[in-house]
Each structure stands twice: as C-alpha cells, then as structure tokens.
Design a protein around this ligand. Sequence first.
Ligand code: HEM
Length: 489
Amino acid sequence: MSALIGLVVVIVLILFLDWCYKVYKRNKQLEKVPGPWPIPFFGYKLPTNIFDFKHMFDELIGKYGKTCKLYIGESLHIITCDANLIEQVMKSNVHIKRSKSYDMAKPWLKDGLIVSAGDKWKQRRKLCTPSFHFSVLKDFFTLFKRSSNTLIERLGEQADKGVEIDAREFISKFSFEVIAESSFGTRMNVQNDESLDYINAIDKYTKIVSTRAFSAWKRFDILFKLFSEDFKTHKSSLDVIDGMSKIIIQNKRDECENMNVDVGNVPEIKKNTSLINQLMHNAKLPDEGVQEETNNFLFAGYDTTTTALSFTLFELSKRLDVQEKLYEEIKSTVNNDYSKLTHENVYSMKYLDQVVKEMLRFRSPIPVIERILEEDLKLGDIIYPKGVTITMLLYWLHHHEDYYHDPEKFDPERFNSDNPQPPTFAYVPFSAGPRNCIGQKYALMELKTVLTRIIMEFVIEPVVGAKLELGLAMVLQSKYGFPIKIRKR
Ligand code: HEM
C-alpha cells in the first residue's frame, strides 16, 4: 500500500515539475514582454466584477504599454491593443481557434458558428454566409423600416409624457424583433409587450459568462457548480434562452407541416436565402444543429446592435450639434419624406456613415476578443509561442493615442475621408480576416436605418447628472444604463 502511495506521489511530482518547466520555458521565451509577476494563479489579483475588468485593462495598458502578458488561472494571455499584432492574428487562416474563455458560453452556444473551430466552423460559415450577403440586405431593409416605425410609436409615447427613459429598454425589443423576423421568419411583435424574459435572461447570462472567463477558479465547471452563487441564475437563464430557440424552431416545423411550405416564409424575404431555411431545409441539420445556430445568431444579432444603438442615443443626447447635422443630411436626402428612404440612399449619406463609424470606435460594442495561437507567431524579435491566448483589446485599440488624435473625444469628423484615416487594423469593430463578423453589413444597415428614423422624428436630450461607467461583459456595458429624454421635432 505504502509503495502505491509512494508511486502516486512520485508521478504527481513528476507531472508538477514538468508543468513548472513548461511555465518556465514560456516565461523565458516571453521575457521581453512586460507584465505582472508571470506565475499561474497567483501572479495578479484578478477583479471579480465586470466594471473592475475595465479598470484592470486600463491599469495594465497604462503600466506596461500596448502589449503585456498575464496569467488568468493557469492560462497565459498576451493582452494587446497593438494594431500590428492584432493584424497578424486577424488576417491569419491558422489562428482562428477561440480561446478557453469562450468555453464558458458553450452550455448556451454549444459548438455553433461563434465558438466552433476547424472543419465544422468552415462548413457552418459557408452555410450561413448567403443569408447575410449584400444582395439579401434589400429584403431586410423593409423589415428594418417596419420595426423602426413601431419603435418611433413607442418612443413617441415617452416624448408625450416628457419623462426620462433608459434607451436600452426600447432598443433591445426593437433589435430582437428585427433579428427574429429577418433570420428566423418569426414575427414576434415584442415591442408591444411589457417585458420579454429572453432579454433579461441574455443580460444575466452574458454577465456571468464574462465574470467566469476572467476568474481563476470559476472557469472550472466543477468549482463553479459547487461554489458560485451565480450557478442557479446561470441555469435558470439558460432554460429561458433555450426555451426561446425551441419555440422558434417548433413554430417553423409546424408551419411547414401544416402548410406544406418551405421555412422562413416572411413575405419580404426570399425563402431560399433566410437563415432558418438554410439551416433546416437546405442543410437539413438535425434539431440540435438548428438550435445551436439559432442561439448563436439570436445572441450575435440582438445584443451587439442593441448595445451599439443604446450607446449611440446616449452619446448623441450630449451632442445636439451632431444631431442637427445629421438631420440636415437626412432631410436633404429624402426630401423630408421618410417613405422615400431606400437602402441605396441610406448608403449614400456620408455624415451618417461617419457618425456610425465613430460610435463603433468610441463605444466598441464588442470590447475584447480572443484567439489561441495554433502555431508560433513571430513579430519583430519576439516569438509568441503556440498555445498562448491572444486577448485583443478592441476598445483600447480604438482609444490609443498612437492611432487616434484626442481619442476620448466623440468626433465624427475623424472619419471624414478628407482627413487622414487610421491604419486599417487600428479600426476593427467587426474584427477582420476570415473570422470577421458575418453580420457586419446587416448591422450597419440596421443601425443606419433606425438612426435615420429616430433623428427625423425626435431630438434626443441629455438627462442632467447622468453618469457613465463602462464595464466589460460579452458586450460593452454601462453601469448606470442609458438615460435620455426624447422630444418630438
Ligand atoms: C454593431 C453590431 C456588431 C458588432 C460590433 C459585431 C462585432 C463582431 C466581432 C468583433 C466579432 C468577432 C470576430 C472575431 O472573433 O474575430 C463578431 C463575430 C460574429 N458576428 Fe458580429 N457584430 C455585430 C453584429 C452582428 C449581427 C447583426 C450578426 C448577425 C445577424 C452578427 C453575427 C456574428 C457571428 C455569427 C459571428 C461569429 C463569426 C465567426 O466566428 O465566423 N454580428 N461580430
């Protein structure tokens, strides 16, 4: 017996020494990269809430410069807002694997497009791409316009009351309605509902996922299940989220059986291109496959645009000058008649384009993305070893003085083509390269259409004393919400 215990102790010791040697080798290889004490688990006191994550990265970048190394639990991260390093990762066909942080979202996103890797990712990307092709956007435009009309009615009621509102409360329902209808052929009419459990569930779930991703111990499923007070909320939110995608899929199956038709039968959308049709009919994925992609696209299409639009209204409330310039451009483009708004003239508005671009820089909806290096990556005289996680700080990239003059100023003029433009990889709110955002054109069209409509109808006014503190979950967060006031023009 004692011989057996002795053997186990020797094996554990050998494994431990082997691990220590690997840590030592990596640290040696990266000794030119600055950072806190490079010791797994104990090198740096990690924050525990999403608002302190923002402070943590501010502090790291302030202290060590654009790139540093940091252990999160046992995992070594290269934290960077260096456009050159980000370019090497983003444009590569090799470094397209997500990091372990994304595993925290797997109970929800499973192995869908956002998280998958290898051949599965390639097949799914190919399958979903036609549903977001430029030519399909014309069809979506009609839906964006229709849902914008309902949003205007809801905001109009608040304008009549003259009350302070949280922009996100209204925008989230709008965005959800739009993605459910455009990609899944499901008219939800949620803007007329008091509340939508799905929206609350996504909000809670994504915050928990992010807190786990930056925690040394909550990353481990077993420890999270046993010791975290968030586990119960995690589970109940997931039930609500899964419930919603199941409803969408079942509705579609019933519809097809009853009417003997293709799925995705919103009249404005060509049936063969809708996402749900691609998944269910063309690729004939089993229900689990359809559900994982439904969850992926409902999240990607809903939370990002909600965040972008909520920040846009909040920031514009402080900038009446920008609103007036936008209003003049829109008026002259559609001749004061919203029915004349086409998807072509949405594209033609230059100042609108500058405002949206600047918003996506100033309040980058996805502030951080990560990849694992699949092979060594050499940049200058540093070799970043295979297996490390590259944490790309898009928010900090977009706020770095090396790339932007006066970066804390919201200034749409910086994207006026007469002015010098930032280096290509210093502006990547949708990422870039083979794993960029599949919904980029869709998102831009949605943002521009609804913003045009809002600016035509209302002046957005600030709430006196409104505070802003930013936090990092899967999307950028605002601790005190998005308080604004709305006045009819
Ligand atoms: C303002 C809105 C949006 C922003 C800022 C945004 C940004 C991003 C970013 C930064 C990525 C990560 C890429 C990477 O890791 O390199 C991404 C991926 C993705 N986005 Fe978006 N996105 C937005 C809207 C949308 C919309 C509307 C959809 C769908 C309708 C969408 C679908 C996706 C999907 C499926 C992925 C994963 C792509 C892959 O891994 O192949 N996004 N997005």
